[in-house]
Write a protein that binds this ligand. Structure first.
Ligand SMILES: [Fe+2]
Length: 375
């Protein structure tokens, strides 16, 4: 038996965030908790959104204490901010803010310790209480967290990543407005865009049977390949719109699974606070080279949508794209040193993304790949 699920309600288009006040009014939601980060909360568009909400009779409360790699205490502070004063949650921002907003939504009525709900220890079965009305508004094009049903939250001290996952954590409504990405600096557009590309590539190559995800992943690779360079170097409506769509499609596609690239990248964020998309950008060519022999036919299909002649050229083309986008080519350029490799590889081996990688992977394989990626 195979089960597929693509249920999120999405309103997409430039300016679509202006529909948010009317939407809240329709459901008689007057006191939204807006979960965001302290950069977004200072941007002009955020102030405009607050202004529009207030004009429509809403009394929004802002919670912006979200770490770059979110931790449990961020979620608990957000829950305290919600208390009895709010009647819905709007996650507005990049992946970190959206993950925290989803975890806050979980924690309002499900009152055990947050990590009792960790999916990897079977905690999803404990999520039995209702989730407040939950809406997401992405401001980056990369994680696709707006359409997801999971939140990755780290322990405060150890930084170990925990996964909160449940079908009720899907947003009731997504407002995907590409205009909100126009003010992002190019390096963030580049890194988040490479995260989206990694989602599509890894989902397409992941083990398992999910032709719907495969189809979305292939089209997502094409859209990212055709638009990311423009979105970074000479942004326009078309490229930013296509990247926002590719981003949310990526999170739909990776329901199928991810693989070694994400397994290599997660420890770099855990130990070095490295931007997730940047880590994926650097690791992608190396992870794909490692995987090529396990699925050459799939690489040929990727090559076709990327306009390349043969599948084995895919990793090198991604190196070229990183170069064009001004992203670093090696982990060494980001301060990672050879003496860190043993620790990184041990974490990568136990990463939740590794089991679905198309090629089985040993600790020694991971050490070798990190070594190559050092440059
Ligand atoms: Fe990712």
């Amino acid at each position: 038996m195979h089960c597929f699920s693509f249920p999120t309600e999405i309103c997409f288009g430039p300016g679509v965030v202006s529909q948010l006040p009317r939407y809240l009014k329709k459901y008689n939601l007057l006191r939204p908790l807006l979960v965001t980060d302290n950069v977004v909360s200072e941007l002009p568009f955020f102030k405009r959104i607050i202004n529009d909400l207030e004009k429509s009779g809403s009394s929004p409360l802002i919670f912006n204490e979200v770490s770059k790699n979110p931790v449990k205490s961020d979620v608990l502070k957000g829950r305290d901010a919600y208390q009895d004063a709010c009647d819905c949650i709007v996650g507005l921002g990049g992946g970190a803010a959206l993950d925290v907003s989803r975890a806050v939504a979980l924690s309002i009525n499900n009152r055990r310790d947050l990590f009792d709900y960790d999916d990897l220890i079977g905690g999803s079965n404990l999520i039995t209480e209702p989730i407040p009305h939950f809406i997401t508004v992405p401001t980056t094009s990369g994680t696709g967290s707006e359409v997801g049903r999971s939140a990755i939250i780290s322990e405060d001290k150890s930084k170990k990543k925990r996964i909160l996952f449940h079908s009720t954590l899907i947003a009731k409504q997504v407002f995907a407005d590409p205009e909100l990405t126009y003010d992002l600096p190019p390096e963030i557009t580049a890194a988040t865009g490479m995260d989206a590309l990694a989602h599509h590539l890894e989902a397409f190559l992941a083990k398992g049977f999910n032709p719907m995800c495969d189809g979305i992943a292939l089209e997502g690779v094409r859209m990212t390949w055709d638009n990311l360079e423009s979105a970074v170097i000479r942004p326009d409506n078309t490229s930013r719109s296509n990247m926002m769509l590719a981003s949310l499609m990526g999170a739909v596609a990776f329901q199928k699974g991810l693989g070694i690239v994400h397994a290599l990248s997660h420890p770099l964020s855990t130990l070095f606070d490295m931007h997730h998309g940047l880590a994926n950008a650097i690791n992608l060519p190396y992870g794909l080279e490692f995987n090529y022999s396990s699925a050459p036919d799939r690489f040929d299909r990727l090559a076709f949508v990327m306009g390349l002649k043969q599948g084995h050229g895919v990793p090198e083309s991604i190196r070229d794209l990183n170069h064009k986008l001004g992203l670093p080519a090696s982990l060494g350029q980001c301060g990672v040193k050879t003496e860190h490799i043993d620790r990184l590889a041990a974490l990568a081996l136990s990463d939740f993304c590794l089991p679905l990688n198309p090629r089985s992977t040993t600790l020694e394989d991971l050490k070798e790949i990190y070594q190559r990626a050092m440059g």
